[in-house]
Design a protein around this ligand. Sequence first.
Ligand SMILES: [Zn+2]
Length: 237
Amino acid sequence: MALAGAAAYTFGAYVATEGFGIGVVKRGPARPMVALTFDDGPDPEYTPRVLEALGSAGVRATFFMVGRQIDAAAPVARAVAAAGHDLGNHTYGHRHLWTLSPAASIAEVDRGAAAIADATGVTPRYFRPPWGTFNWAAYARAAQIGEERVLWSVRPEGLIVAAAAPRMAAFVARKAHPGAIINLHDRGGHPSTPRETSLALPGMIAGLRARGFEIVPLRVLLSDRQSRSPAAQPPRA
Ligand SMILES: [Zn+2]
């Protein structure tokens, strides 16, 4: 029974969220809008480069921050908030939730939220678990403290293969769809990823706009979900 309980706690939560999308947001409504989301920062070197690229293109995005990183780079976290981007909780220590007890999982969620609020004065509205992998304790806790559980629908990078800016930009522009939530990293991932991501942004943004997509933070992408038809107009080709 203990084994079955552990399997339900970890793999059951994974199948429900990743497999069936229960209680998680993987994409917004089918309007001609997409959201860029950045995980694992703030990073003292690469997050400012990402902010610069977004700022010069007039784009607001969403940053899923790791509490431990905020403790190491609080001014960078404040710069993200000050630039008008949305903030999301990516746990305190970026530990795989399948390795943690319910109590430790709840602490990871709560401490991540507290680190963001303490450093920036902003209460995060969204939660994304490390590697997109929930257990039931973290799944429930995020909702309890008012954080919407958000995964993604487009991801141009992996952990194994080195990232390359032109390929990332082309991949995102090609795979984007109405309501897409695009998963990027301003820290972490393959060692090349944060640098290539910052370099890819101008081309990625231009490619998305050329397809008619508006690039918006999650609060805009996920607003007004009930009143809009899911079959809204597709973007112009
Ligand atoms: Zn992560």
